[in-house]
Write a protein that binds this ligand. Structure first.
Ligand code: NAD
Ligand code: ZN
Length: 258
């Protein structure tokens, strides 16, 4: 039963994508932690979301960092190790192939901080929540790459003050420029592909609400229904690494051509 419904959704979504490709109409993608799950990077709300008994909501906040910066940094070092051991998967690669045919009509907005989209080869990537590999000084605000050898606290290479992970924490604003690019891409899009996000983290989830309000055709890929599913024209209830290559193949594109 479910398979039949997915087949219909894939067929309908593939037509939307084929139309966008043929007319070079702007297509925007929003990804969340789910697209990296098949690479072995845990999502926040999945079964592996806990670290040493702490929930991400207890670590990814300015208050947690003020209380115990070392613990927060240790969690980020652990996350970087997980990501370093991971490889991009077929879902990441399908988005590279889509970019290859759409060119500048393609924008990839990601809530992920793991850098796997770029490692797969995506170029038009907007990182809404920053990047695991960068640190930002708490005093001079300078941003710098984190040394490979870092384990505990990280300090600013310029002024020596304590640095923090250069990521967006719960309750923080998104980087202005990234947010502007995201809104711009959504407002101009004809199709939006939403992949592997629970849709509960704002303001990123608001981009899907904005798309719906603008009449953008929304396709969602997620093995489970999310807070955004009711906004989607097509819901494909499968894993990204399975659904995205199938979707591209059905749209007449080579999912491995990126
Ligand atoms: P989330 O953990 O809240 O939700 C993950 C979603 O992915 C769920 O809806 C789940 O059903 C879905 N999912 C699980 N496996 C999937 C698969 N194989 N294919 C497609 N979907 C799948 O993640 P979120 O919505 O991105 O929000 C959490 C916040 O956590 C974000 O701000 C993000 O920055 C951060 N985060 C990032 C990473 C990363 O960079 N890889 C990992 C964990 C959390
Ligand atoms: Zn500094």
């Amino acid at each position: 039963m479910a398979k039949g419904k997915d087949e219909d959704a894939i067929h309908q979504a593939a037509e939307m994508i084929a139309l966008a490709v043929r007319g070079r109409k702007p297509l925007v993608v929003l990804t969340g932690a789910g697209i990296s799950a098949e690479s072995g990077v845990p999502t926040f709300r999945g079964p592996e979301g806990l670290w040493q008994g702490f929930r991400p909501e207890e670590l990814a906040t300015p208050a947690a960092f003020a209380r115990d910066p070392e613990r927060v940094w240790q969690w980020y070092h652990w996350r970087r190790q997980r990501v370093a051991a991971a490889e991009p998967n077929a879902g990441h690669r399908a988005l590279v192939a889509l970019e290859a045919v759409l060119d500048d009509a393609f924008t990839l907005l990601t809530q992920n901080v793991d850098g796997l989209h770029r490692r797969a080869g995506s170029q038009r990537v907007v990182e809404l929540h920053g990047n695991l590999y960068r640190a930002r000084c708490t005093r001079c605000q300078g941003s710098a790459a984190i040394p490979d050898t870092a384990e505990g606290l990280v300090f600013c290479p310029d002024c020596g003050s304590l640095s923090r992970p250069d990521v967006v924490w719960f309750g923080e604003r998104l980087p202005e420029q990234a947010w502007r690019r995201a809104v711009d891409a959504v407002e101009n899009a004809s199709v939006m592909l939403v992949v592997g996000t629970s849709g509960v983290v704002q303001p990123a989830a608001g981009l899907v609400e904005l798309a719906a309000a603008r009449g953008v055709s929304i396709v969602e890929v997620n093995p489970q229904r999310s807070a955004l599913t009711d906004l989607a024209r097509c819901f494909i209830g499968e894993k990204a690494g399975v659904a995205l290559p199938r979707l591209l193949a059905r749209a007449g594109l080579d999912p491995a051509s990126g």
